[in-house]
Each structure stands twice: as structure tokens, then as C-alpha cells.
Design a protein around this ligand. Structure first.
Ligand code: ADP
Ligand code: MG
Length: 223
């Protein structure tokens, strides 16, 4: 089991009131699964991703990531886990504009102090079909190509899980389908993906689908 959560609760303080964003999430994900998390805006999807991605801690409940309890770790240790075990893909790509595709993909390896950064970054870009765009800057790439660079950056460190929050939210439907095909192809190689979307068509690409509402899992499809 790569992810195992029990009764995750997260609230945000907003002035004098509190917003209950996660209300007891029990989630298990096996290594090699591809899981869609869907739900309407405000249902808690991003909050859940932040906790699963070790960007934030729950108020209560437990989270075992690859068997390690990360629910009570201090931020510096959490950052270490994040750098080694998690790859992120965002709606807005979050690429650095002055760097080439290759340099963007190399960055997480440089942060991790890895050797062979260039060769590994080139290999990751080949895996998303961008070997002929390695020296382009983000502004010289289409939205779909930028997201493919971001996917290469997410997988280059060989993380235990890749989390994608609305990865097709800023691209057209056809390109979104292409992006999902890349996730499916990488998943068939054994990589674990969790993909947040509010789009049922996108969720349908994933073998397992989880629907959340008001911070609770209300429906699950697939195994
Ligand atoms: P989703 O990603 O599904 O749209 P979020 O996880 O972003 O949902 O938000 C869940 C709930 O928590 C919403 O009601 C949202 O308004 C609230 N929320 C999210 N982030 C904050 C924050 N930083 N401060 C206060 N409330 C927040
Ligand atoms: Mg969100």
C-alpha cells in the first residue's frame, strides 16, 4: 500500500469562523494504481492533494506514505519526504519561464543533488514525446507541450506517487485527452498517479474513481 489514510480532518480558520475542508477521509491506494478524484469546486480536492503531497498536515487522522507515518512530521522533514517521494503536476504548469524545457526538468534533480541530471532529464522528456522540444522555453511551447514538460519534471526523480491537480484545466478538450493518454501510458509502466479533476470525461480515463463532496468520499468506482 503506497497511501493509507484514516479519518483525515482538515479545517481552515477564516476570521472567526472555521471551514471544514476534509471531514474524515479514509483512502487506500496500491502501488501502480491510477486514481481520479472528482468533486465540485470547494469539495476539498486540493486540500486532500496538499496533504497527500506533504505540502500540509491534517488537523487529525493518520497518513501513511509507503508505510511511513507522515501525518505529524515537522515542515522541514515533510519537505524532505516531498522532494524524494512526490511528483506534482499543476493546472498552470508552473514552469520557470527563463529556463528551457530541459533545464526545467533538470531542476528537481539538481535540488536533490543527483548525478547525471542532463541525461535523466532528456530521458524523461523522451517519455512524454518532447525530445524535439528540449531547448524551447515555455513561451515557445503550446499549453499541451508545457504540461508535458511539467509531467516530465514530475517523474524525473522517480517519485513513489505523482499527484496532478486539474492537469487538464487550462487546455482544450482534445489536448486534455492527449495528456490523459500520457498519464495512462506512464501508469501502465507501473507508476502511481492520483489525478484531481472536476471533469467526468477526464475521470473516466482512470481505472478507479473517487468522488468527494463536502470533504467526504461519497462514491467509489473501480478497484
Ligand atoms: P477544491 O479543490 O475541491 O475546489 P479546496 O480543497 O480548495 O476545494 O477547498 C475546500 C474548502 O476549503 C472550500 O470551502 C474552500 O473555500 C476552503 N478553503 C480552501 N483553502 C482555504 C484557505 N486557505 N483558507 C480558508 N478556507 C479555505
Ligand atoms: Mg482545487
Amino acid at each position: 500500500m503506497i497511501i493509507q489514510t484514516q479519518s483525515l480532518v482538515k479545517t481552515y480558520r477564516l476570521g472567526d469562523s472555521r471551514v471544514l475542508a476534509l471531514d474524515g477521509i479514509d483512502l487506500q491506494v496500491e502501488e501502480g494504481e491510477i486514481v481520479a478524484i472528482s468533486g465540485s469546486s470547494g469539495s476539498g480536492k486540493s486540500t486532500l492533494m496538499h496533504i497527500l503531497g506533504c505540502l500540509d498536515r491534517p488537523d487529525s487522522g493518520t497518513y501513511l506514505l509507503a508505510g511511513e507515518d507522515v501525518s505529524t512530521l515537522f515542515p522541514n522533514r515533510l519537505a524532505e519526504i516531498r522532494n524524494h517521494k512526490i511528483g506534482f503536476v499543476f493546472q498552470n504548469f508552473n514552469l520557470l519561464p527563463r529556463l528551457s524545457a530541459l533545464e526545467n526538468v533538470e531542476l528537481p534533480l539538481l535540488y536533490a543533488g543527483a548525478a547525471e541530471t542532463k541525461g535523466r532529464a532528456e530521458e524523461a522528456l523522451r517519455m512524454v514525446g518532447l525530445e524535439d522540444r528540449m531547448h524551447h522555453e515555455p513561451a515557445q511551447l503550446s499549453g499541451g507541450q508545457r504540461q508535458r514538460v511539467a509531467i516530465a519534471r514530475a517523474i524525473v526523480t522517480n517519485p513513489a506517487i505523482v499527484l496532478a491537480d486539474e492537469p487538464t484545466g487550462n487546455i482544450d478538450t482534445k489536448t486534455g485527452e492527449e495528456i490523459m493518454a500520457i498519464f495512462e501510458r506512464l501508469n501502465s509502466g507501473g507508476r502511481t498517479f492520483i489525478i484531481v479533476t472536476h471533469d467526468p470525461e477526464i475521470a473516466n480515463h482512470c481505472k478507479r474513481q473517487i468522488h468527494i463532496r463536502d470533504g467526504k468520499i461519497v462514491e467509489q468506482k473501480g478497484t
